[in-house]
Design a protein around this ligand. Structure first.
Ligand code: FES
Length: 653
């Protein structure tokens, strides 16, 4: 008689095993992705499976009710204490007796898929660097002397086939009491470096650790620092927050920060300290928001531009301020968060920094490439990550080009008279009636437009606080469409435009968006200075994109992806009216949200992605904007709204 047949779904993997084989063992033998933290001891419940019974002609088997062994005392005890969902079994306890079909539910898979919000992107497959392992450690024996750590390492090797465990001094100091408290049963958090370095013990808990493991995906921008606190088992984002980069007080854009260092020897140290302190603070706040202990944060992935990269790592950025823009290192880095003085989280937490592409094109561009995968696109795609320094990628399966463009902080709400970071209370959407020239708008945190009687109540006590990047983009584009602004960007007077919302301000005019007379918030207007700041920013963006198109030898692209650390997504129509982006069919312009941040999250959740991006950056051709004469020409022509010479046929449709 043949051994029973075991078929796993959804993988379809199958094999015959002697009667009495535990399901977990069969899964392991077949390479089926079935989780386990306790190593089959019936305490972690990660191995839950669901057997199916009945006639399955598709598989050519009939599964009888007695296909699996009855509950044993371990399974019974687990069910009494915690309760198994109906139909569920513990895969490490249930044994195969007859032919059976076994479903592995998503939550029992290690390599779960995390669906990303956008329909056009691939899911993130979980494969984090740090994992939990429950081990039973031998008690010390006078006659066979060996250290507690060595016995932990051999337990990991014997029970999990993980060799060569290493640990820091701080962990050695902690190990002995934890082992004794756990009665020689402990859970280890082990970090596996994708470069093949030895596995490293990051944390140890007595008994079974069940409060999870977390990581931070950090997008360290020139103006805004954004972070996502992510569950390393499920990939779920538990808390997300951002704050202004405190380095702003040393200079609004990157080059002014480099100049600050040139003028003030040692100034880089001040900036390094400022950004590290901000990050420590942000990590602490996120842990509080997610209601977890900061000690459970064991990893971070950081993406940033080259100047931020150097300043964060404590490297003088002066070389990046002048040709040939040499990076101290362009490779990815794996180091301890403690080395970076980030001490508000687990003291042994690791940090992975994506590789930089070149002196002007940083790890943030690499992260955008990881998130948007231009190298997998059949169409020629232009990806623009809007920020104080914009990252621009153009490419398809054949070739990918990248550059960065110094847009300045206007798109992040800085240098704008009423500008602010994208946060509740910021105006994010604007419409202006072309007949009456009256505006209406929406603020972050509310779905109600300002001309709705329910608006005041909807925005609550926080009120209107300012205007963010996407708001100012829409405001300027709407002003142009409503005839309040000429193609050169000049705001017309009340007499020229026919609205009292145009008020003189010195020798120029401002357009009043919100008059500040109600209790909803202060006066918010778009000044001539705001328009100029947006014109400079958008010209730099457009010129960067055009430079890549020149290099590629094309005068149009198939599709455009707009990304940025915005609260809301940028409206494609408004971006095109403004001439931020080249002409393209509007339905081919999409918003990707914070793509650099998403890239960081992918690298946090999946170590294979780290390898992939490291291999990929060497294939990306970087184009230097700072020294290209054509950049200046494109920049000047792009100053007009939408553009002095380039046509926008799609807008006319
Ligand atoms: Fe832990 Fe089954 S593997 S309960």
């Amino acid at each position: 008689e043949q051994d029973p047949l075991v078929i796993f779904t959804p993988s379809g993997k199958r094999g015959r095993f002697p009667a009495g084989t535990p399901v977990l063992q069969a899964a392991r033998a077949l390479g089926v992705d079935l989780d386990s933290v306790c190593g089959g001891r019936g305490i972690c419940s990660k191995c839950q499976i669901t057997p199916s019974f009945g006639d399955f002609s598709k598989y050519g088997v009939t599964v009888h009710e007695d296909a699996l062994s009855e509950w044993n005392s371990v399974e019974q005890r687990y069910d009494d204490k915690r309760g198994l969902k109906p139909g569920r079994r513990l895969g490490c306890q249930a044994q195969v007796l007859r032919d059976v079909i076994i479903d592995v539910p998503a939550e029992s898979q290690v390599h779960k898929q995390v669906i990303r919000k956008r329909a056009d992107t691939r899911a993130i497959v979980m494969d984090p660097a740090t994992r939990l392992y429950f081990v039973e450690v031998l008690e010390p024996d006078m006659h066979e002397p060996s250290g507690d750590f060595e016995r932990v390492a051999s337990a990991l090797e014997e029970q999990w086939e993980i060799k060569g465990l290493t640990a820091d001094l701080s962990l050695m100091a902690k190990l002995q009491p934890v082992l004794r408290k756990g009665k020689w049963q402990v859970t280890l958090a082990v970090h596996h470096d994708h470069t093949g370095a030895a596995p490293r013990l990051l944390e140890v808990w007595p008994g079974l650790h069940e409060s999870g493991l977390y990581g931070l995906a950090i997008d360290l921008g020139s103006t805004t620092i954004a972070a996502h606190l992510t569950d390393l088992e499920t990939g779920e984002v538990k808390a997300a927050s951002g704050l202004m980069n405190p380095q702003i007080r040393f200079g609004e854009d990157l080059m002014s920060r480099v100049s600050y260092v040139m003028m003030n020897p040692g100034g880089d140290k001040e900036m390094t300290r400022a950004v590290r302190e901000a990050l420590s603070q942000l990590a602490k706040e996120l842990a509080a928001e997610a209601d977890i202990s900061p000690d459970l944060i064991v990893e971070a992935v950081v993406v940033c531009n080259p100047v931020m990269h150097h300043l964060f790592l404590g490297i003088d950025p002066v070389e990046l301020g002048q040709a040939p823009f040499a990076l101290a290192t362009s490779s990815s880095m794996s180091l301890a968060m403690a080395e970076l003085d980030i001490t508000s989280i687990n003291p042994r937490a690791r940090c992975y920094i994506l590789p930089c592409i070149a002196g002007h094109v940083g790890a943030d561009a690499a992260a955008v490439a990881l998130s948007e995968a231009p190298e997998k696109s059949e169409d020629l795609v232009l990806i623009i990550d809007v920020g104080t320094n914009a990252e621009i990628l153009l490419g398809n399966t054949k070739r990918v080009l990248a550059c960065s463009s110094p847009t300045g902080p206007a798109f992040e709400g800085a240098q704008i008279s009423s500008g602010q970071r994208a946060a509740p209370g910021a105006i994010e959407r604007v419409e202006i009636n072309p007949e009456t020239k009256e505006p209406r708008f929406r603020v972050i945190g509310s779905e109600i437009w300002s001309d709705d009687p329910a608006f005041a109540q909807a925005i609550g006590t926080s009120g209107i606080t300012g205007i963010c990047g996407s708001g100012i983009i829409e405001a300027v584009a709407e002003m142009r469409m409503a005839g309040l602004l000429d193609p050169s960007g000049l705001i017309g007077s009340a007499a020229q435009t026919g609205t009292a919302r145009s008020v003189p301000e010195g020798r120029t005019h401002s357009y009043v968006l919100h008059d500040g007379t109600s209790e909803n918030g202060p006066l918010i207007s778009v000044t001539q200075g705001d328009i100029r700041a947006i014109q400079l920013a958008k010209s730099a963006l457009y010129a960067g994109a055009r430079l890549l198109m020149d290099e590629m030898g094309v005068d149009h692209v198939d599709r455009i992806v707009l990304a940025g650390a915005f609260g809301a997504h940028i409206s494609s129509k408004h971006a095109m009216v403004l001439g931020m982006i080249p002409d393209a069919p509007l339905d081919k312009v999409s918003s990707a949200g914070n793509a650099a941040g998403t890239g960081a999250r992918i690298a946090l959740c999946n170590i294979a992605a780290r390898k992939a991006i490291e291999a990929n950056v060497s294939k990306i051709t970087k184009v230097e904007t700072a020294i290209a004469p054509a950049f200046q020409e494109h920049f000047v022509s792009a100053n007009a709204i939408p553009h002095a010479t380039d046509p926008f046929p799609e807008l006319a449709k």
